[in-house]
Ligand binder design. Sequence first.
Ligand code: ATP
Ligand code: MG
Length: 287
Amino acid sequence: MSIAMRFEDYSWRYSRTSEPALKNVNLEIAAGAVVGIIGPNGSGKTSLAYSMNGLIPNQYNGIRTGAVYVLGKEVTTIPQAQLCQQVGLVFSDPEAQFTAMTVEDEVIFGMENMGLTIAQIKQRLDWVVPLTEIEPLMDKPPYEVSGGQKQRVALASVLGMRPPIMVLDEPTSMLDPMGRQRVFEVLGKLKREYQSTIIVVEHSLENLVPLADLMILVYHGEVLLVAETEPFFEQLGYLMKHDVFPPGVLEFFYQLKVAGHYPAAWPLPQSVAAGAARLRALFEEKK
Ligand SMILES: Nc1ncnc2c1ncn2[C@@H]1O[C@H](COP(=O)(O)OP(=O)(O)OP(=O)(O)O)[C@@H](O)[C@H]1O
Ligand SMILES: [Mg+2]
């Protein structure tokens, strides 16, 4: 198993703040994994994401200790141009990443910087534009489209570069439920077809949980829990104490388990479909 990303005793404190934003983080993310990062507001999720592509410490002042390795190399030793191609970051505020005058140029920009030929760029556009449903926006200025459309443009411009590692900071915060679902369908496709490593900070867990291989809870700057998705949500009581709001299906089955109406040895279902199957099995057992 190759390792995409590793944090070793990593801490970060923004200058002029008294508390570190991240404290002694130790973490290992396997190549090809889909990873969900959750935690309450201000817990350090964005700081963790920025530490993965060198934005911290390159663009921020502060004190950094420990190390972050991307594909085996310490982030601060990798030239920025190379790092950008290895770790694609989709910001939670998509405007922060826009530089071009039209959506089309915005999406092409990263691919041109990578040195792709016109034919290669065209091929990738043919793939990424329908995938993210931005055809009608191509001639518009990126800052003039709606919030949800901006998020899809930001996603498209990073997807076009096809980085081996993608870090997405709340990529669906401005989308409606259908739009959210579609983004997660795209991420699922990337996982299956390109074995991309996908790291997503996301509040809305319904779509994330069925896709994630690994879950990380960040709380007050600390990584409190790292586990594969199923065992992670077995600790639902602990998670809820740390301000995690689980999908309804998980909470329902967790409450059944706590009240003794659901076998302790059975895993909690991660989706409504899995929950329905569990209910049928439960009724069979009681017959
Ligand atoms: N540029 C900055 N300068 C100083 N402190 C900062 C800066 N950015 C974030 N912080 C502080 O670092 C801590 C972690 O913030 P961060 O943005 O990483 O949290 P988050 O989990 O992403 O929050 P949210 O859910 O609101 O996006 C917070 O206490 C925040 O106030
Ligand atoms: Mg954030």
